[in-house]
Design a protein around this ligand. Sequence first.
Ligand code: SER
Length: 343
Amino acid sequence: MSKKICPFYEKFLRNNLYLYSRNFYKQMKRILIIGAGGQIGSELTPYLRSIYGADNVVATDLRECPSLAQNGPFETLDALDAQALDAVVRRYNIDSVFNLVALLSAVGERNPQLAWQINMGALMNCLEVARQHKCALFTPSSIGAFGNSAPKNKTPQDTVMQPSTIYGVCKVTGELLSNYYAVRYGIDTRSVRFPGIISNVALPGGGTTDYAVEIFYEAVKSGKYTCAVPHDVYMDMIYMPDALRACVELMEADPTKLVHRNSFNIASMSFTPDILAAEIRRHIPDFAIDFDIDPVKEQIARSWPDMLDDTCAREEWGWKPEWDLSRMTSDMLSVLSQRLDNK
Ligand code: SER
């Protein structure tokens, strides 16, 4: 005869066993996000908290971020302060670090020395803290790691990397340095080369692909947009939900299957400003775009790939995008229309 147990207790057991078993098989358990207040971190923090538990995801940024602080642990942290970083890793018993600190491509060209100092300084401190405390480390690379000498179409995983921006120089150096730490010290460093990320929570700042975010805000607010990037330049883009999933899937991937580490090409959609405007017009027929070209952005955009080949990511850790141009466009317009209407 089976024994009856109290339904409350049964539910408690079911939930806790489920949570326990869910986290037991995960490689990441106590996560630190550095630069969490930016475009990626503002969404990666709640996403990781929903998977790993709010208390296990510590968000940090140079500035206070009330929205991140109200849902879990938050610390103000200057990533260039190695001692402060070390103290946070110790205090929270961190095993996995997401280093999201970077000056982006267009803003980097205004002050290359500062871009190097910030981008490389934060990475070096993260690599060292990962070495000291045996943490896994994720640092995004970018389509900006490539330059004019790489094939533009189906840009291979392994090819010539000669970027013409300080941002790209930092990304290539970062990839090499992260691989060096993996081979020399056995540190579990992993990375993806992100396309331009399209999102609707926090705006990107100072990137060449920013137009593909700004255009949606302006389409909803005023029905027109002036674009700084030429009408015919293709660049890879990705919608935030796919970008977030890529971070977790790569970090949880079986390390014995990874031939590459730093950094994987990933791709999901590639378009020009003209193509994006036409897609927006399917929802807002009167939407108008005109152009006031920023020569720095033009030069950067033309030097980047048109479309990456992401075969290695697909084969080594099962990468598969879920969002294409048409789904992403409908979602962006519907989210932003609701939000901006309610203001
Ligand atoms: N979104 C970045 C930029 O435009 C590229 O990774 O700088």
